[in-house]
Design a protein around this ligand. Structure first.
Ligand SMILES: [Zn+2]
Length: 212
C-alpha cells in the first residue's frame, strides 16, 4: 500500500533538488507523476526551481481552498494512472489538504511525497508541517550544515535588509522585498536571538530617553 512521506529540513538543504530527482526516478521507469506546489509560494511562478538551476513546470498550483482529492479524481479522467504526487513547499498546505493526501495514499494507492520546512523563523511549525509530522507514514530529515560549520542547520533565520529579525508575519517568501533566509544550527539561532533581544531592549530605552 502506498505511503504519505514527509521529507523536511531547514532552508537551502536541497529539498527541491531531491524532489526533482524523485520525479526523474519515477519518469525514467515510465511512471506518471503529478508535481504540485502551493500557490502562496510565488518563487519560480508555476515552476519548481532547484538551486542547481534545474526546473520543472508544476502540474497544479494549490490554493488554500483546492482539494487534492478532487484534483486527482479529475486528473484520473484523463490519465489512465498516477503513480505518485510530489508536493514541494508542503509546509504551506492546510490540515484538510494533508488529510486528503493521506486518504489518497491509502484509498487510491498513490504514493505522496511532501517536501517542506518544519518550522518558521520563530521556531513555530507551519500548518502543513505540523499535520505531516503527526500523520505521515515516513518522516525523514534532510541535513545541511550551519554557517559555523560545526553542526547541522535546523532553524531558519529571517533577515530583513541582511539583519536577523524575530518578529513579523509567518509567511514572507525568500527573495521577495528585502527578506532573505539563512539556515543555522540551534546554538547560532539562540545567539542571534539573544543579540536581537538585547538590541530591542536598548532601542526601547533609547525611545524612553527621547520621550523624557
Ligand atoms: Zn551554527
Amino acid at each position: 500500500m502506498a505511503k504519505l512521506y514527509f521529507r523536511y529540513s531547514a532552508m537551502n538543504a536541497g529539498k527541491t533538488t531531491l524532489a526533482m530527482q524523485v520525479v526523474h526516478n519515477y519518469e525514467e521507469k515510465g511512471g506518471i507523476v503529478e508535481v504540485w506546489k502551493p500557490l502562496i509560494d510565488t518563487k519560480g511562478d508555476n515552476k519548481i526551481v532547484s538551486r542547481l538551476g534545474i526546473e520543472r513546470k508544476v502540474d497544479y498550483l494549490l490554493a488554500d481552498e483546492s482539494s487534492p482529492l478532487q484534483i486527482i479524481k479529475q486528473e484520473l479522467k484523463e490519465k489512465e494512472k498516477i503513480d505518485a504526487i510530489i508536493v514541494d513547499e508542503a509546509q504551506f498546505l492546510n490540515d484538510t489538504q494533508i488529510n486528503e493526501l493521506y486518504y489518497i495514499s491509502k484509498k487510491m494507492d498513490i504514493s505522496v511525497l511532501c517536501f517542506g520546512l518544519r518550522c518558521d523563523f520563530t521556531m513555530k511549525p507551519f500548518p502543513g508541517s505540523a499535520r505531516l509530522l503527526a500523520i505521515a507514514d515516513s518522516i525523514e530529515e534532510l541535513k545541511t550544515l550551519c554557517e559555523c560549520k560545526k553542526r547541522k542547520a535546523t532553524q531558519n533565520l529571517r533577515l530583513v535588509d541582511n539583519v536577523p529579525t524575530f518578529s513579523g508575519d509567518q509567511v514572507a517568501i525568500d527573495g521577495e522585498g528585502n527578506v532573505t533566509y539563512k539556515s543555522v544550527c540551534g546554538e547560532c539561532y539562540i545567539n542571534y536571538y539573544t543579540n536581537w533581544l538585547e538590541n530591542q531592549k536598548n532601542n526601547q530605552k533609547l525611545v524612553k530617553k527621547i520621550r523624557v
